[in-house]
Design a protein around this ligand. Structure first.
Ligand SMILES: [Zn+2]
Length: 183
C-alpha cells in the first residue's frame, strides 16, 4: 500500500462510526491466530485444531496429479477466479532474481519435489509471471523437474509481458491456462 492510500484509510477510519475502528482492531489482533499459510501449498488457510490446510487442499474433487506452481498467493487467487483450474497449487513465495540476490537455493525446490512425489503429480503447470524473473524461474523449474519424467507446461502468453497475473481478467487467465505449452 502506498503512502497516499494509507493516509486515505486512516482518514476514513477517523471519520467512520465509532465501532468500526475498534472492531477492525480486534479482528486484526487475532488475524495471525486464525489465518496462516497452508502447510501443503502456501495458500491462505484457516487454522483449525492447530493445523492450517486451505480450501483447495481440502477439496477432495481436485485432481492431485495436476500441480500449478505460482510465485505468490495473489497469483493463486487470480487463477482461481478464472475458475478453470481443476488441480492444486504450490506457492513458491519468491522468484529467482539475480539482481536481488535470490538464487536457486532460496526457492523451496526440495519441498516442491517432495510434494510431487507424495501426491503422484503427473503434470506441473508453471504459472510464474511473464517477467524476466518469472521466465528465469520457469527455466529453473524445467531443469529441476525435467528429469522426474513428468510433463512440465508453461501458461500461454495473453497475460501481458512484464505484467502481474493479479491484474489479468478471468477470461485472459482462463485462456492462458488452456493454452499452456510444454516447457
Ligand atoms: Zn493448500
Amino acid at each position: 500500500m502506498g503512502e497516499k492510500t494509507a493516509q486515505r484509510y486512516v482518514l476514513w477510519l477517523l471519520t467512520a462510526e465509532d465501532e468500526l475502528p475498534r472492531d477492525l482492531g480486534a479482528e486484526l489482533s487475532t488475524l495471525r491466530d486464525e489465518l496462516g499459510p497452508c502447510e501443503r501449498c502456501g495458500n491462505v488457510a484457516e487454522i483449525r485444531d492447530g493445523r492450517a490446510l486451505c480450501d483447495v487442499c481440502l477439496d477432495g474433487k481436485r485432481d492431485a496429479r495436476l500441480l500449478c506452481v505460482i510465485a505468490r498467493v495473489h497469483d493463486l487467487m487470480a487463477i482461481e477466479r478464472a475458475g478453470t483450474m481443476r488441480g492444486r497449487y504450490f506457492v513458491l513465495g519468491k522468484l529467482l532474481s539475480p539482481l536481488e540476490g535470490i538464487g536457486p537455493e532460496d526457492l523451496p525446490i526440495a519441498r516442491l519435489m517432495e510434494r510431487i512425489r507424495t501426491d503422484g503429480v503427473t503434470e506441473v503447470i508453471v504459472a510464474t509471471p511473464p517477467s524476466v524473473d518469472g521466465e528465469a524461474t520457469a527455466l529453473l523449474l524445467k531443469r529441476e523437474l525435467g528429469p522426474l519424467g513428468l510433463t512440465v507446461t508453461r501458461i500461454a502468453s495473453g497475460v501481458p509481458h512484464g505484467g502481474d497475473l493479479e491484474f489479468a481478467d478471468p477470461i485472459t487467465m482462463g485462456r492462458a491456462l488452456a493454452g499452456r505449452q510444454r516447457l
